[in-house]
Design a protein around this ligand. Structure first.
Ligand SMILES: NC(=O)c1ccc[n+]([C@@H]2O[C@H](COP(=O)([O-])OP(=O)(O)OC[C@H]3O[C@@H](n4cnc5c(N)ncnc54)[C@H](O)[C@@H]3O)[C@@H](O)[C@H]2O)c1
Length: 358
């Protein structure tokens, strides 16, 4: 059985070949850069040549702690640096489209944070800028590279569970929203910032649904203003169904984050360890029960890396591979405009109380 996992684990390999490596310049010195992106780049042996932020003291502090030599005083100064780089943008989504367009129009290749924008219109403008300037641009939907999720995707591709009939996410957490003060007043919160990862992955596995329905709620005395609990259902043309349930005010103390994919020849189930104790986390798990390959009941796949920070190597590695070889970016700006369209449909459903056709 271990041998048949080799094709799956090869697909999950995050190694970036030396020939693909180009330096990185970063816009935004916030928590995700400090806590996940820079540790991932260090692990992958990538060079970060400089960083900038509207808060220059913050950029200097992050640069100091991560051994980054240059703090650019502005985005213009970063773009004037002739060193060929991937520009890594990691600022709140409301600020990102304007910065993205400036960087794209300077002809630089980009990895942008998720959500890439808060509206489909901005996402389309960003995709147009990618095409117009002939650049490579990815979005940091790094759950597509988390080892358990990527392994599950490969198992589905290999036909191990036959034809997929259903995919579900069940997530019940106590999320420290205080970590993101800029998110406190956002009207659109849970799906836009968190469950977008699951909705993006559902699209990666199954494509765009025909119809979605979404219900959402808040909990008394919660810190942020926006929705902290959502239940989204999907129906596909071929009768395949999907469900994403996420609650961030779990007073029960039993955090869990599970997913499951059912097919007509087996099932896959996994957990996202990061969310059991964010941002420390624990090991991810993945199991497969298949009548196509020789499993005897639920068989564990040995997940050896984590969503944070390892999967962040994947999104950057995919952009670098595309620059070096012309391969497709796994979560490109152009393709993941579809994720923004799905998110918009879910909010439309939440507001109207009706199912929405995509
Ligand atoms: N799993 C993930 O991929 C993941 C996890 C957390 C956050 N994020 C996303 O990353 C982005 C940043 O989140 P964070 O947690 O680092 O937030 P943060 O508040 O810790 O940091 C944001 C940083 O952006 C800077 N900034 C704001 N506007 C700017 C501008 N116009 N120019 C330059 N810098 C600017 C701020 O000064 C701050 O340092 C958000 O879009 C968030 O949704 C993604």
């Amino acid at each position: 059985m271990i041998d048949i996992f080799s094709e799956v684990s090869a697909f999950c390999d995050l190694t970036i070949p030396s020939a693909h490596k180009v330096p990185i310049a970063i816009i935004g010195a916030g928590g995700i850069v400090d806590g996940a992106q820079l540790p991932a780049y260090e692990k992958a042996g990538l060079e970060v040549v400089g960083i900038t932020d509207v808060d220059l003291a913050k950029a200097a502090d992050v640069a100091d702690r991560h051994g980054i030599r240059k703090v650019y005083q502005s985005i213009d100064e970063l773009l004037a640096d002739p060193v060929p780089v991937v520009v890594d943008i990691a600022v709140p989504a409301a600020a990102q489209p304007e910065i993205f367009l400036k960087v794209a129009n300077a002809g630089r290749n980009i990895l942008a944070q998720k959500p890439m924008a808060t509206t489909v219109e901005d996402g389309l403008r960003m995709a147009e800028a990618v095409a117009h300037n002939g650049i490579v641009a990815g979005v940091n939907h790094q759950l597509r590279f988390e080892e358990g999720m990527a392994a599950a995707h490969k198992m589905v591709d290999l036909g191990w569970i036959g034809t997929v009939t259903n995919m579900t996410f069940h997530v019940n957490l106590i999320t420290p929203w205080e970590m993101w003060p800029w998110a406190k007043d956002l009207e659109r919160l849970e799906i836009m910032l968190h469950s977008i990862h699951y909705h993006d992955v559902m699209r990666w596995f199954l494509g765009d649904p025909k119809t979605v329905f979404c219900a959402a709620g808040r909990t008394k005395d919660q810190f942020p203003n926006g929705e902290t609990r959502t239940i989204s259902t999907y129906v596909y043309e071929n009768g395949v169904t999907g469900l994403v349930h996420a609650n961030h005010i779990n007073r029960g103390g039993d955090n869990y984050a599970e997913y499951r994919i059912d097919g007509d020849k087996g099932s896959i189930r996994g957990t996202m360890g990061l969310l059991y104790d964010y941002p420390v986390g624990r090991v991810d798990t993945l199991e497969v029960n298949s009548s196509v390959v020789p499993t005897d009941g639920w068989t564990p796949y040995p997940v050896t890396t984590r969503w944070f920070p390892d999967a962040f190597i994947g999104t950057m590695g995919s952009v670098m591979a595309a620059i070096a070889t012309g391969s497709p970016v796994r979560s490109s700006v152009v393709e993941t405009v579809g994720t923004l369209k799905l998110v918009a449909a879910l909010y439309e459903s939440m507001d109207s109380g009706s199912a929405v056709k995509l």
